[in-house]
Design a protein around this ligand. Structure first.
Ligand code: CP
Ligand code: NVA
Length: 324
């Protein structure tokens, strides 16, 4: 375990140095080696349990406080980050944006500079990715992306951990994404490139992942296929993933539900995957919409391991962010 932390602490990072904080903004921003070390640390964190041993904690964690800003609702991200900080031995502050002056017009830049004087890291769930980037520009402490409309990297780190727990190393395996080409799908695309697995997405054309993510995958020569046929995507896959049809902040629910109806994950679709395939969903799930009750509650579903692993992956991400 100690060797993992030693490695984490000396991980080469183009984005980091003694003077620039280690931000965790997108899986695409980190190199494969660093990401692998974070996942290995997440596995070790889980094994270690509630009392994280000294070897896995970043130095001086008992003096560190993480501020968690929420512009959107959250159950898993909110609780797992807070508990992760406690289990690591540090402290956390949950801040709803409407309770902050930010909610009544104080700039993100000023908020970032003020918080940087009080706390040691900021996790933000932001309405707009631009808010996250503005925070990063002005903060002098690590910033973590706790979901924006563009990506959800912490979720997919926990998903990679979950996949590996059930099916072994993810490199070379196949994952199928069925449904909306949303923020979580984009982080899966980033992960496919960095962790070296094949990702097949099936989405209605109008809901394909955004161009920027597609262009990035092409540039990186990732094994990512994007089409409209769920059966083609799922055929022989080791893992089938979906997410809500209506993400937070989206208003066109009726239109989306109509477009996405043929993309519901049901037992028939799951039967096209590999025999031992697992089913994942980041939650919250809407039974009878993106997934049927029997699949969500069935033997292939690992959704609660996935939710639990948010905690362990978070500890590993925080340890890396505070490890410089
Ligand atoms: N999966 C996820 O991020 O859940 P919350 O919205 O509850 O944080
Ligand atoms: N795509 C969903 C994920 C929720 C955790 C959303 O952005 O609302």
């Amino acid at each position: 375990m100690s060797s993992i932390m030693n490695e984490l602490e000396k991980a080469p990072q183009s984005m980091t140095s003694q003077t620039s904080p280690r931000h965790f903004l997108d899986i695409a921003d980190l190199d494969s080696k660093t990401l692998r070390r974070i996942i290995d640390a997440a596995h070790a964190m889980k094994k270690a349990g509630k009392r994280v041993p000294k070897e896995l904690r970043p130095k001086g964690i008992e003096d560190l406080v993480l501020a968690m800003i929420f512009e959107k609702p959250s159950t898993r991200t909110r609780v797992s980050f807070d508990v992760a900080m406690r289990q690591l031995g540090g402290g956390g502050l949950v801040l709803n944006h409407t309770d902050l002056q930010l909610g009544r017009g104080e700039s993100v830049a000023d908020t970032a500079r003020v918080l940087s004087r009080y706390v040691d890291g900021i996790m933000i769930r932001a309405n707009a990715h631009a808010t996250l980037m503005e925070l990063v520009k002005c903060a002098t402490i690590p910033v973590i992306n706790g979901l924006t409309e563009k990506s959800h990297p912490c979720q997919v780190m926990a998903d990679i951990q979950t996949f590996e727990e059930h099916l072994g190393p993810i490199r070379g395996k196949t994952v199928a994404w069925v449904g909306d080409g949303n923020n979580v799908a984009v982080s899966w695309m980033h992960a496919a490139v960095r962790f070296g697995f094949e990702l097949r997405l099936a989405c209605p054309k109008a809901l394909f992942p955004e161009d920027e993510a597609v262009a990035w995958v092409i540039r990186e020569k990732g094994r990512v296929e994007i089409g409209t046929d769920p059966e083609r995507a799922v055929k022989g896959a080791d893992c089938v993933v979906t997410d809500t049809w209506v993400s937070m902040g989206q208003s066109d629910a009726g239109k989306r539900k109509k477009m996405l109806a043929p993309y519901a994950v049901d037992a028939k679709l799951m039967s096209k995957a590999a025999k031992n395939a697992i089913f994942m969903h980041c939650l919250p799930a809407y039974r009878g919409h993106e997934v049927t009750e029997d699949v969500l509650e069935g033997p292939q579903s690992v959704i609660f391991d996935e939710a639990e692993n948010r905690l362990h992956a978070q500890k590993a991400i925080l340890a890396w962010c505070f490890g410089a």
